[in-house]
Design a protein around this ligand. Structure first.
Ligand SMILES: [Ca+2]
Ligand SMILES: [Ca+2]
Length: 156
């Protein structure tokens, strides 16, 4: 029987921890910024007798942070083809389960309606080569297409 000195046990634990950290570092890729603007096309069904009055809130989450508001557009009144002027830039680290949640909100006199919510997995978005990311509204009442427009060319 061999008695193991406690410092050896400690050292073995530290080595295992270092290996674990290395795996985590290898599994998650490099961080880079991603920039986009937002627009919507062919909107209909928000209001009776007038066009939609839309703005968007963006919430973000990842493996290390819970959902939080991380962006908001201005409100565009009576426009079924809104092009929001705001430019959003977020840091993206591959493999960290980053998500964006876009709430498309129609302003009304009485109260504002969330007419659609879109969940985007950022790894999936980033692996898309195109500059336009199309998100059709799923609802029957309010129709239209919501778009994320990448504003920086992806490196090859
Ligand atoms: Ca309206
Ligand atoms: Ca409205």
């Amino acid at each position: 029987m061999r008695f193991v000195h406690s410092s050896e046990v400690q050292q073995a634990k530290m080595q295992r921890f270092a290996i674990l950290l290395l795996f985590v570092a290898l599994a998650s890729g490099q961080s880079r910024n991603t920039t986009f603007t937002l627009f919507a096309t062919d909107m209909s069904g928000c209001d009776t007798g007038s066009a939609c009055d839309l703005h968007v809130t963006i919430r973000c989450s990842s493996v290390s942070s819970d959902w939080k508001i991380c962006g908001e557009t201005s409100k565009l009144q009576d426009d079924n083809f809104p092009v929001w002027p705001e430019v959003f830039t977020f840091e993206h680290t591959e493999g960290t389960s980053q998500r964006w949640r876009f709430d498309l909100i129609d302003e009304d006199v009485a109260f504002n309606d969330v007419i659609a919510t879109f969940d985007v997995i950022v790894d999936t978005y980033e692996s898309n080569a195109g500059n336009l990311y199309q998100l059709p509204l799923p609802g029957n009442e309010v129709k239209g297409i919501f778009w994320i427009h990448r504003r920086t060319l992806k490196e090859p």
